[in-house]
Design a binder for this molecule. Structure first.
Ligand code: C2E
Ligand code: CA
Ligand code: CA
Ligand code: CA
Length: 278
């Protein structure tokens, strides 16, 4: 064994491939990060683009680096999934989100908070139970915790999807389909979703970024939303032209750098305090 720092012992076994070694290090980093509270949720405002009012927020995972900066989550989450520690990380994110929500509720702030969760995570045994327990313990108002479901295609067959999402609905958790329009959202899939308790679609940033020059895909997504009777949240709204196009199509809720990027909890709450109650 080679010693690295104080409590850190990494075992070097010639039998282990470099890849396996890297996994061990990553697993160690994530678990230590949880222990040492190096994770944070940053919050990005969701805006009613017609009135400019704040209508919600999305929680985005960040990990504090030794230099005080925060790393972005995509690679971290992919690694956590691969090495099997996404469960612990996801539970942390849900607990933290409920803590934030409970704080808002105590202060009379009726803002919903969206948290990302992958279909695989949701399927892990114990996740739905954990959610029920969290909502009860923090006395979260039904509908105020919204799960943004990613990698929806992995939710399983129609029966599995129905029973999972049904259980969430009963627990008072709302569900939005994330990255809508990408991946496996084919027509039969959509048909299946019609009968599921889903409240919103998040239109993927890759579509919004085509606006206003190439609007075909956005019109398709908007039409699907209309047919399925689901509200749409447009992601990655960066320009006034994009906002105006979306508004003209009746897509009113947007999220993006035009309004604000993800803010630390402290910054978000400072900003919240300056808003006049509506
Ligand atoms: P996502 O759910 O699609 O989240 C939106 C991403 O777009 C965020 O990246 C956000 O910072 C970024 N974004 C927001 N507005 C704009 C904009 O106007 N322009 C551009 N170019 N980007 C914008 P972020 O924070 O790096 O998150 C990346 C992905 O990581 C998320 O994509 C989500 O799939 C995943 N993720 C984040 N937090 C969690 C988590 O707690 N659990 C899980 N399972 N996944 C998470
Ligand atoms: Ca999301
Ligand atoms: Ca998305
Ligand atoms: Ca994404």
């Amino acid at each position: 064994a080679r010693h690295q720092g104080k409590n850190q012992i990494l075992f070097f076994d010639p039998q282990l491939t470099e890849r396996a070694q890297r996994r061990l290090t990553q697993e160690h980093d994530i678990l230590q990060g949880l222990e040492q509270e190096q994770f944070a949720l940053f919050l990005q405002p969701q805006i009613d683009m017609a009135s400019g009012k704040l209508v919600g927020a999305e929680a985005l995972l960040r990990m504090r680096q030794p230099d005080g900066s925060y790393s972005l989550p995509e690679e971290l989450i992919a690694n956590a999934e691969e090495i099997g520690v996404i469960g612990a990380l996801g539970r942390w994110a849900l607990e933290e989100a409920c803590r934030v929500l409970a704080g808002w509720q105590k202060r009379g702030i009726p803002l919903p908070l969206n948290v990302n969760i992958s279909a695989l995570q949701l399927r892990e045994s114990g996740t739905v139970w954990h959610l029920q327990e969290l909502l009860e313990r923090h006395r979260i108002r039904p509908g105020s915790l919204v799960l943004e479901l990613t990698e929806t295609a992995q939710i399983g067959d129609a029966a599995q999807a129905k029973s999972l999402l049904g259980a969430l609905q009963e627990a008072g958790v709302a569900v939005a389909l994330d990255d809508f329009g990408t991946g496996y959202a084919n027509l039969s899939y959509l048909h299946q979703f019609r009968s599921l308790p889903i409240s919103k679609l998040k239109m993927d940033r890759s579509f919004v970024s085509m606006l206003p020059d190439d609007d075909t895909m956005v019109r398709i997504v908007a039409a699907i939303a209309e047919i399925t009777d689901l509200g749409v949240i447009a992601e990655g709204v960066e320009t006034e032209a994009q906002r105006d196009w979306l508004l003209a199509r009746g897509i009113t809720i947007g999220q993006g750098y035009l309004f604000d990027g993800p803010l630390s909890l402290a910054d978000f709450e400072k900003w919240l305090a300056t808003l006049s109650p509506s």
